[in-house]
Design a protein around this ligand. Structure first.
Ligand code: ADP
Ligand code: MG
Length: 217
C-alpha cells in the first residue's frame, strides 16, 4: 500500500539530521529506519510514508516520481544534474565541504602551474570534471566508489575530490585539503509533476520544512 505522499531518505547522516526536522514538521516515523529492515516506513500521518534509499539514489527516485519528496546532499544533486527536481529548501544540515586533497608534501600549486596532467580519483566525477575544466587544468579521472583517501597514498592518483568535514580522515591518512570545490549541505527536493498534481498536500510540507530548518539555526 502506498500513501498519498512519500519522502525518500537515506540512512545514516541524512536520516539522523533529518529526524529532528521531520519532528518539527509534525512527521514521526513509525519505526526507526536505522534498526528496521523495512524500506517503506509509515509515519504518524496516514497520508505520508518514508522510503529508504541509498544516498546517491535519492534524486533518481524523486526525478521519476517514485517518491514525491526527498532529502539529498548538494554533492549528490550536482552529480545527478537535478533534472525534474525542484529544490525549494536548503535545510542547512549535513554540512561539509567538497575539497581537492593531496598527499602531504605534494606540490599541488606547482603541478597546476606547470600544466602537469593531474590524476584525480573520485566518486564525484561530474563535479571533478567541471571543477578542473573551469580552472583549465587537464586531468585523468579515475572513478572510485569509496575509500578515496587511499588513492594518493598508494599512487593511484595525485589528488582526490571528496567531502571533508572535520578533516580527521584526511589527517589520519597523511593527506591535506588544498582547494575548496563547493560548500555542501542537504536540500529538500520535490518532483516537479508531484508539486503540480499534489500541490495542496505538498505545499504545507515544504513550508513546514522551511520553518523547521529556519528554527534550527
Ligand atoms: P554514503 O556513504 O552512502 O555516501 P553518507 O551518509 O556518508 O552516505 O553520506 C550521505 C550524505 O551526507 C552525502 O551525500 C553528503 O551530502 C553528506 N555527508 C557525507 N559526508 C559528510 C561529512 N563528513 N559531513 C557532513 N555531511 C556529510
Ligand atoms: Mg559516506
Amino acid at each position: 500500500m502506498t500513501a498519498a505522499l512519500s519522502i525518500a531518505l537515506s540512512k545514516g547522516r541524512i536520516f539522523d539530521e533529518t529526524a529532528p526536522l521531520l519532528a518539527r514538521a509534525g512527521i514521526v516515523p513509525s519505526e526507526n529506519p536505522e534498526t528496521s529492515r523495512k524500506l517503506m516506513i509509515g509515519t504518524n500521518r496516514p497520508d505520508m510514508q518514508l522510503i529508504i534509499v541509498r544516498a546517491s539514489d535519492t534524486p533518481t527516485y524523486v526525478q521519476h516520481g517514485a517518491a514525491d519528496l526527498g532529502i539529498a546532499g548538494r554533492d549528490v544533486l550536482y552529480e545527478h544534474g537535478g533534472d525534474g527536481l525542484y529544490q525549494p529548501v536548503d535545510l542547512g544540515i549535513a554540512t561539509c565541504r567538497m575539497m581537492v586533497a593531496v598527499r602531504k608534501g605534494f606540490d599541488y600549486a606547482g603541478a597546476v602551474q606547470r600544466g602537469a596532467r593531474l590524476r584525480v580519483a573520485t566518486k564525484y566525477v561530474r563535479t571533478a570534471r567541471e571543477h578542473f575544466a573551469q580552472k583549465g587544468v587537464h586531468i585523468d579521472l579515475i572513478r572510485l566508489y569509496g575509500s578515496m583517501e587511499l588513492a594518493p597514498i598508494v599512487g593511484l592518483a595525485d589528488a582526490i575530490v571528496d567531502l571533508v568535514s572535520s578533516g580527521g580522515t584526511l589527517k589520519a591518512n597523511n593527506l591535506v585539503a588544498v582547494e575548496e570545490v563547493m560548500p555542501v549541505s542537504a536540500r529538500l527536493i520535490v518532483n516537479q509533476a508531484s508539486l503540480k498534481m499534489k500541490r495542496a498536500l505538498i505545499h504545507p510540507v515544504i513550508e513546514a520544512f522551511k520553518a523547521a530548518a529556519g528554527g534550527r539555526r
